[in-house]
Design a protein around this ligand. Structure first.
Ligand SMILES: Cc1cc2nc3c(=O)[nH]c(=O)nc-3n(C[C@H](O)[C@H](O)[C@H](O)COP(=O)(O)OP(=O)(O)OC[C@H]3O[C@@H](n4cnc5c(N)ncnc54)[C@H](O)[C@@H]3O)c2cc1C
Length: 681
């Protein structure tokens, strides 16, 4: 009995047992059959639910099976589906919404991918992969060739390269290099698919990031698909539909209104991600992925918990950008966390992707998908007031400014708003203007068409307008009177420069800002193959991610999802689906007298035709008398001959089941296990 160097494990031993509970219970409860019809007419596979004690048997009755399972049909998912299909993999896409495209199909279509595209060349713009890489990591240069400081904004204290290092956005995970190297080829692919690029566009932030001077855009395309009225004017559609066509041409099957609710990972956060649990039409379904599961579920914008983690101040903005078309609830990131994924945030998540829309919280770029809101009134002829009827800012401060400008910090509007009183929709900020200003700009304030009824009011006088928006006539009246006195003189309160007309001619209008986070940064950690990493910086076998679900690289918008979705698809398609070795585990449970108080010796041997992988481990598990599921006892590395053993003290009378399991790794896609039962007297 004294021949083993490990301690004797017994009932009540905590190591491993707690760990094992959740997943075991979950797998044990997975005896579900039946399936919903898939969009493309695929039928359910037949898989019998196997009892725990069966030899080397699966534990889940899979309803569907494929090579690469893509979660989400936004730019990241669509790109992954197309490239996994191009790589020869069988692909299924689960999308929780009723239609494809995610936020991407609502987007303006400005696409920050370059590297020397035909349009850049035609317009005499010089960009290469190395320039993209340098701008994202080392020393970004200004358009005049000077090294850029942070937007030339912090008094020249830091260059952009230094800032990226300070903020952790340099190329720690190798993402920027891959992004730079894959950009041109990815743009060429989209171009070849017929994405209607119309020009290479100079970014508004040209003074900050040299690379992003060269946005290309698909803006203002009419695409005769989807949408309530069958048409859509949105640049993002010009990207998403051609990618969808490419994905389906390569065999991808789309399952709409299918929400992934849990990732299924073998072992206790130590094995491979082999599939997902999903819900559809009130039913629970199981999808198996032989090669990989791809997380393209978008942002954490709709998750209260993830907002608190990544960007606490956003908690006061309840709306999800792109709603009601997209309700990204963070379920993808949360499921990945449960499966062991680590998180990476980007310093830039404080900064980027702020958006405001006059008159609606349901904004999208395209009316069929939400209320478009009215155009932004010129700041020269309006004021912004808070719930008390007071101005609180210089209205000239823009919504989305990532740089320190005029001594104001980035996203100053957001910061100022967050200090104001809030209601169910977020901070209360009203735009006040008169009829002359409205008419001059042809602003459309049609209730329930361009503006929500609770976000617009009008009245013949300011005194009548004020109570309609929850203010006293005196407070709003004083504010307007004071402002009108600044017009033609000086705004001694906030320093506004351009004030072209007083707010004087009725009827007067009040339009509320709808405020949302348009893009989010921060998500699960990925490596340069878009594989998800755990908290020990190990790859989680079989799990890939990109887009707003993935952190790293401090880059907002469509470019990162499309490039890294492609990277994931290419790599996932290449994963091996069969395990050459090991294929079998044997297990013996021995003792001269198997009785209460005695130690059972558990010996297992791993075997297979192609040898034993170095570092392979066998997990020993127990199901005690009266229990319905296994608990981990201990994990042991096997010897060169595949052997491993441990001992376990029997504390009760009855039947013990012991299981030895080899858990799949990045190299070996299948698991093997063996169960033996012993009776304790
Ligand atoms: C109005 C608007 C305009 C924009 N304009 C631009 C622009 O011009 N340029 C630019 O670069 N960026 C723009 N963006 C941002 C850009 O659209 C996003 O950054 C991009 O779409 C993110 O892509 P994604 O694939 O990561 O996520 P998404 O596009 O959000 O797609 C995620 C998908 O996953 C689905 N999903 C989520 N959870 C689950 C689940 N559990 N199971 C199954 N499916 C799930 C969602 O329904 C969604 O379809 C804009 C965004 C908006 C809202």
């Amino acid at each position: 009995m004294g021949d083993m160097d490990d301690r004797d494990l017994q009932d009540g031993d905590e190591a491993g047992q707690k760990q094992g509970m959740t997943r075991r219970r979950f797998l044990g409860a997975a005896a579900v059959t039946g399936a919903a019809a898939g969009l493309m007419g695929v039928g359910p596979i037949s898989a019998a639910f196997a009892a725990d004690d069966d030899l080397n048997a699966p534990e889940i009755a899979w309803d569907y099976e494929t090579d690469v399972l893509v979660l989400g049909s936004g730019p990241a998912g669509m790109s992954c589906a197309a490239w996994a299909g191009r790589g020869g993999a069988e692909v299924m896409v689960l999308e929780m919404a009723a239609a494809i495209g995610g936020k991407g199909i609502l987007a303006g279509g400005n696409l920050g991918i370059g590297g020397g595209t035909r349009m850049q060349k035609a317009q005499g713009m010089l960009e290469t992969a190395d320039i993209i890489y340098q701008d994202r990591t080392v020393e970004a240069l200004r358009t005049d060739g000077q090294k850029m400081t942070i937007g030339d904004v912090d008094g020249g204290k830091h260059t952009v390269g230094q800032w990226r290092k300070i903020s952790g956005c340099a190329d720690a995970d190798g993402l920027a290099r891959v992004f730079a190297d894959k950009s041109l080829d990815t743009w060429d692919w989209l171009d070849g698919l017929g994405c209607p690029f119309i020009k290479a566009n100079v970014s508004a932030y040209a003074n900050v990031y040299r690379g992003s001077r060269y946005y290309t855009t698909t803006a203002a395309q009419k695409v005769d698909r989807n949408g309530a009225d069958g048409t859509m004017e949105a640049g993002g559609a010009g990207l998403l539909w051609p990618m969808f066509d490419d994905a389906t041409a390569h065999g991808a099957q789309f399952f709409m209104s299918h929400k992934m609710t849990q990732l299924i990972r073998e072992g206790d956060r130590s094995g491979r991600v082999v599939g997902v649990e999903a819900t559809h039409d009130g039913k629970t379904l199981y999808f198996r992925a032989r090669k990989g599961v791809f997380l393209g579920t978008g942002s954490w914008n709709g998750s209260a918990n993830l907002k608190k983690l990544f960007l606490p101040w956003l908690s006061m903005y309840p709306h999800v950008s792109g709603q009601p078309y997209v309700m990204n609830d963070g379920s993808g990131i949360e499921a990945a966390i449960e499966a062991g994924a680590s998180l990476t945030t980007d310093r830039g998540s404080d900064w980027h992707g702020w958006h405001r829309h006059p008159g609606t919280v349901w904004h999208s770029m395209s009316a069929p998908y939400g209320m478009p809101g009215t155009a932004e009134p010129s700041t020269a002829t309006c004021i912004y007031v808070n719930a008390d009827g007071n101005r609180f800012m210089n209205e000239e401060i823009g919504e989305d400014n990532p740089a320190w400008i005029g001594g104001n910090p980035p996203f100053y509007f957001a910061q100022l708003c967050s200090q104001q009183k809030a209601d169910k929709d977020g901070p209360i900020v009203w735009i006040i203007l008169d009829e002359t200003a409205r008419a001059a700009q042809s602003l459309d304030f049609t209730v329930d068409t361009t503006v929500q009824s609770d976000m617009y009011a009008t009245a013949a006088t300011i005194a009548e307008l004020a109570p309609k928006i929850g203010m006293t006539a005196a407070a709003l009246g004083d504010t307007v009177t004071k402002y009108n006195a600044f017009v033609g003189a000086t705004d001694t309160d906030f320093g506004k420069k351009s004030m072209t007309a007083a707010i004087a001619t009725g009827p007067f209008h009040a339009v509320k800002w709808g405020i949302q986070k348009h893009n989010t940064l921060g998500g699960v950690t990925i490596n340069d193959k878009a594989q998800v990493m755990d908290w020990s910086s190990r790859v989680i076998p079989g799990l890939y991610a990109a887009g707003e679900s993935a952190g790293g690289m401090d880059l907002i918008g469509l470019a990162k999802p499309i490039v890294f979705g492609r990277v994931a698809g290419e790599w996932a398609a290449q994963e091996t689906t069969t395990s050459p070795a090991p294929t079998h585990v044997t297990l013996k449970a021995d003792h001269a007298s198997l009785a209460v108080g005695k130690l059972a010796t558990l010996s297992s041997v791993l075997s297979g035709s192609d040898g034993i992988p170095s570092g392979a481990a066998v997990s020993f598990e127990v199901k005690k008398p009266g229990e319905s599921s296994f608990h981990a006892i201990v994990s042991r590395k096997v010897t060169d001959t595949g052997a491993a053993s441990t001992r376990y003290k029997l504390a009760k009378k009855g039947t013990y089941s012991f299981r030895a399991r080899f858990l799949a790794t990045a190299d070996f896609a299948t698991s093997a296990s063996k169960v033996v039962k012993v009776a304790s007297k």
